[in-house]
Design a protein around this ligand. Structure first.
Ligand code: CA
Length: 222
């Protein structure tokens, strides 16, 4: 689960981001609206937490820009402004929720879960790494928003790499994950499948992510 936190107050950014990381979500922090929009365009996030008062733009502007650029991910507003007029405005602009400061972290986490549920993204069913995304329920893979057709074993290998991104995986580890621990197959079957994966997942997008680690195996890395 990848979250973008747009928040200029360092103390709040720190508390919220560590709580989210503790819940095993990955968090990027932007300190102003412009930086937030830049990150939102460059990465694939599952949810955005947006502070209302930012140094350069207000939350309404950022929210409007995201929605008009067709970003349909959940947006949760954090705001010190209590009045319902502002809440109504933000919800009408496309925010999914509005939380007033100060707030309890447990409540924020619960609202994040609710917003994700609403958007039918359940914890653990979506894997994402950089611009690569896998829906384990639907058995589908996307890169940069483009659907990629993969065979079952290719999905299984890629899933393993995504779950252990940035880690070196030996051919034996990959073989055992994708074919089961007692397989009689040789590890070169892994090389063949990784070759096909590269053709589908890396080649069309110009930026290779499946790296060969000499004499050891493979690694998914930016
Ligand atoms: Ca602020």
């Amino acid at each position: 689960m990848k979250i973008l936190l747009i928040e200029d107050e360092p103390a709040i950014a720190k508390i919220v981001s560590s709580a989210l990381r503790y819940e095993r979500m990955s968090v990027d922090i932007a300190r102003c609206g412009k930086a937030g929009l830049r990150l939102a365009v460059a990465n694939k996030y599952d949810l955005i937490i947006l502070d209302y008062r930012l140094p350069d733009k207000n939350g309404d502007e950022v929210c409007t820009q995201l929605r008009s650029a067709n970003f349909d991910l959940p947006i949760i507003i954090l705001s010190a402004i209590f009045d319902s007029e502002n809440k109504v405005k933000m919800l009408d602009l496309g925010a999914d929720d509005y939380i007033t400061k100060p707030f309890e972290l447990t409540e924020l986490l619960a609202r994040i879960r609710a917003a994700l549920r609403k958007h039918k993204i359940e914890f653990g069913t979506i894997l994402s790494y950089d611009d690569l995304r896998m829906d384990l329920k639907k058995h589908s893979v996307e890169r940069q928003g483009n659907k990629i057709k993969l065979r079952d074993k290719e999905i299984r290998i890629l899933e393993y790499m995504m779950r252990h991104a940035e880690q070196v995986l030996t051919r034996e580890m990959i073989l055992s994950y994708a074919w089961g621990p007692n397989t009689e197959r040789f590890t070169n079957v892994v090389d063949v499948h990784v070759h096909h994966l590269r053709d589908k997942v890396d080649k069309p997008f110009g930026i290779p992510m499946i790296q060969t680690v000499n004499n050891v195996g493979y690694k998914l890395s930016k």
